[in-house]
Design a protein around this ligand. Structure first.
Ligand code: PMP
Length: 427
């Protein structure tokens, strides 16, 4: 069956034909390609095409597809049993490893998705402070729990929804919105709601309105303001954890949050995420304390094995320098080509995560990101796809470079972009 046939079949039984909205390609048009398999830097669709993949399961696959050690670890774990609902040694090893890499994380709990991690971190923050309100930043995405679907990035922004239907007004009303890279907007909220704000949650490098780096001093100021106000600072490092450095964005920018959420890379491509941080806050969790949180498959042995195998490779010396080098090559190559063909676009990049914003000259906030040309991005996406390069199917998402991308892959990508830009009737 072709992708188009499978998509038509899927649409009859699965809303929108997909199990997560951005996969439906609504922002770029056409039927999504159904993937048959992945290997290294590439994915192969059921129609017989191969693509250099810069989605990498939305950042989870920092080693690329079907990496040998990860596959072997998962196979070995599966042969011992796929789940027990009882503790295992791997969970302790993973908890110790994360605490070692993230000094702000003194205790940690494993869950199965980033959504669970952020939702549970907020519950903890509310219990710890005895307050109800939370602050998030316009354009940041923290999963799909009720209170976090206000001014959210990722699929919510891709589909241009102001927020999700079905969220009770009372819940959404407890979520306040500040502007990324504008700490005065956070300060204003603290003045307006003194001693009411339990937590401030932020992607320290925004990845869900495309990549938006924090400006110099911004995260430090957010840290100061939250400390002064007695609010819990939550870094959602579901994308950036083990991605922008082994110690995440908090390691790069030298800012220690109270709670940290991890996911994606942590699970090596299997369903695994975590939240952790300050001991006094974490010890409020049941069975130690009164905050309930649980999961049948939490700390699943297959996911833990994949995570441990991935982190073992990432702990090697030159890994992040190598990722930086390859991502820099990609950025430089694409920038040069777009400039040469007079395509109005900029590239925002932090380490191995990057976004091409078309039709704009600067993006430092969600407001800027929303002004980028969706139409030109869609043409770029389709042009690259025809040339065997698979970018995220939305203008407001990050592309990810993995250790499996060779310099040859990067050169092919730049050449494809050159060819597209030379032929595309662009502004
Ligand atoms: N936080 C961030 C920063 C994310 O990017 C995502 C997902 N892309 C989530 C949370 C939610 O994670 P999940 O999709 O695993 O629920």
């Amino acid at each position: 069956m072709t992708s188009e046939e499978l998509y038509a079949r899927a649409c009859k039984k699965i809303p929108g034909g997909v199990n997560s909205p951005v996969r439906a390609w609504r922002a770029v048009g056409g039927a999504p390609r159904f993937v048959e398999r992945g290997a290294g830097s590439r994915i192969y669709d059921v129609d017989g095409n191969g693509y250099v993949d810069f989605v990498n399961s939305w950042g989870a696959l920092i080693l690329g597809h079907a990496q040998r050690d990860v596959v072997a670890a998962v196979q070995a774990a599966a042969a011992r049993g796929t789940t027990y609902g009882a503790p295992t040694e791997g969970e302790v090893q993973l908890a110790e490893l994360v605490c070692q890499c993230y000094p702000a994380v003194k205790k940690i709990r494993l869950v199965s998705s980033g959504t669970e991690a952020t939702m549970s971190a907020l519950r903890l923050a509310r219990a710890y402070t005895g307050r109800d309100k939370i602050v998030k930043f316009d354009g940041c995405y923290h999963g799909h729990s009720d209170g976090l679907l206000v001014k959210a990035g990722s699929g919510v922004a891709t589909l241009a929804l102001p927020e999700s239907a079905g969220v009770p007004r009372a819940v959404a009303g407890e979520t306040l919105i500040a502007e990324f890279n504008q700490s005065d907007t956070l300060q204003t909220l603290f003045h307006r709601y003194p001693r009411e704000i339990a937590a401030v949650i932020i992607e320290p490098v925004c990845g869900n309105m495309g990549v938006i780096p924090p400006q110099e001093g911004f995260l430090q100021r957010v840290r100061e303001l939250t400390r002064e106000a007695g609010a819990v600072l939550i870094f959602d490092e579901v994308i950036t954890g083990f991605r922008v450095s082994f110690a995440g964005a908090q390691g790069c920018y030298g800012v220690a949050p109270d709670l940290t959420c991890l996911g994606k890379v942590l699970g090596g491509g299997l369903p695994l995420a975590a939240f952790g941080g300050d001991k006094a806050i974490m010890d409020l969790l049941a069975p130690e304390g009164p905050v309930y949180q649980a999961g049948t498959l939490s700390g699943n042995p297959l996911a833990v094995a994949a995570g441990l195998a991935t982190l073992k490779i990432l702990a090697q010396d030159s890994v992040y320098a190598e990722l930086e080098h390859r991502a820099q090559l990609l950025e430089d190559g694409l920038s040069e080509v777009l400039r040469r063909h007079r395509v109005k676009a900029i590239i925002n990049r932090v380490g191995s995560m990057l976004t091409l914003f078309f039709g704009v000259t600067r993006v430092s906030s969600a407001t800027d990101a929303r002004t980028c040309s969706r139409e030109l991005f869609a043409r770029f996406f389709q042009g690259m796809l025809q040339r065997g390069i698979y970018f995220p199917p939305s203008p407001l998402e990050a592309a990810f470079v993995s250790l499996a991308h060779t310099t040859g892959d990067i050169e092919d990508t730049v050449r494809a972009c050159d060819d597209w830009a030379a032929r595309a009737p662009v502004i």
